[in-house]
Design a protein around this ligand. Structure first.
Ligand code: NAD
Length: 301
């Protein structure tokens, strides 16, 4: 049974670790945030305090709760010490199998036998990551979304060995954080990345074929389906270079339906990655603001 007395450790104080640590601390859990970099830890602490202070300003939490949320967080560079006696460890270090397995191997040696080890990997195999643990059945994917304090979804990813007790405990952790969890068998792209890649690719095929202008394709999804962003705007935000890499991976794993649209390949070759290069499907000014009427029109070839 998940309780506020359980010790939680989040390893990796980057973009995601910061958000995940904030989620636990502000939900009343005493948590250790661990990283090898003192700078990353300091940056994370400042960012977490700023999200908490923002919540107070907007009247979302009281200043007393904000104070205890800040007190719930400790930062450390000593994984062994932090993991000792922990009942849940969420690893969210860099997306590299060897690094993730090394973290799990070290933590596993000092954690309780029935402790849950969760990985926030986006694309690596949970089954393979789990081979670093003495009990792979206690390992599960806990895929959070950025920004964590705004996004409600957590995809729970089942490795080959993940057992029912681990699933049940992780579901409880998600509930305690106010998140909605879904269960996904380990598969390329899970549910979200796979769906999003398909939608972005199809939008590009439509643009290439001259079905409609970029603005109208995006408006169709925003107004017709209540999507907060159109698929082309979203591709510009994610970066078409990243999108292309994901599509190529899904194409190799899942077949023809994920063949990347030639227009994406052409845009990436031209360095038109999206917001980060100031030009993707749309153009952006130096402040990252979209320049109106700058989208590709109809047949873009
Ligand atoms: N960025 C996203 O939108 C997103 C979304 C979901 C999942 N993810 C996944 O979350 C994980 C982290 O992504 P991120 O964007 O936060 O990366 P990031 O680069 O911002 O942070 C990674 C952190 O891990 C630390 N680190 C590296 N090796 C370590 C070690 N041995 N011990 C302790 N700390 C170590 C680094 O110092 C760094 O602070 C990745 O697996 C990524 O695929 C990312």
């Amino acid at each position: 049974m998940v309780s506020k007395d359980n010790k939680v450790v989040v390893v990796g104080a980057g973009l995601m670790g910061t958000g995940i640590a904030h989620a636990f601390a502000s939900s009343g859990f005493v948590i250790d945030l661990v990283d090898t970099s003192e700078t990353a830890l300091e940056k994370a602490r400042i960012a977490i305090e700023s999200i908490i202070d923002g919540g107070v300003e907007r009247g979302k939490i009281s200043s007393t709760d904000a104070q205890s949320a800040k007190q719930n967080l400790s930062v450390s560079t000593n994984l062994g010490q932090s993991a000792n006696g922990a009942t849940l460890l969420v690893e969210t270090v860099s997306e590299n199998l060897a690094i993730k397995q090394a973290v799990i191997r070290e933590a596993d040696a000092v954690m309780a036998d029935d402790a849950v080890i969760a990985t926030n990997t986006s694309a690596l195999s949970v089954t393979e990551i789990a081979t670093a643990a003495s009990a792979p059945e206690n390992v599960i994917g806990m895929h959070f979304f950025n920004p964590v304090h705004k996004m409600k979804l957590v995809e729970l990813v089942l490795g080959l060995a993940t057992n029912e007790a681990t699933i049940a405990a992780t579901r409880q952790w998600c509930n305690a954080l106010g998140k909605t969890s879904i269960l996904v068998n380990e598969t390329p792209g899970l549910t979200t990345s796979r769906m999003s890649a398909m939608l972005g690719n199809e939008a590009m095929w439509m643009l290439q074929e001259g079905t409609a202008s970029a603005e109208d394709i995006d408006t169709a999804l925003r107004m017709g389906f209540n999507h907060p962003m159109g698929p082309l705007e979203l591709g510009d935000l994610t970066g078409w270079d990243t999108r292309l890499a994901v599509l190529r991976y899904l194409h190799s794993m899942l077949g023809e339906k994920f063949r990347p649209c030639p227009l994406i390949i052409k845009m990436v070759a031209a360095g038109r990655y999206g917001r980060k290069t100031g030009h993707g499907v749309y153009k952006y000014d130096e402040n990252g603001k979209q320049i109106l009427g700058s989208g590709l029109k109809g047949s873009a070839l």
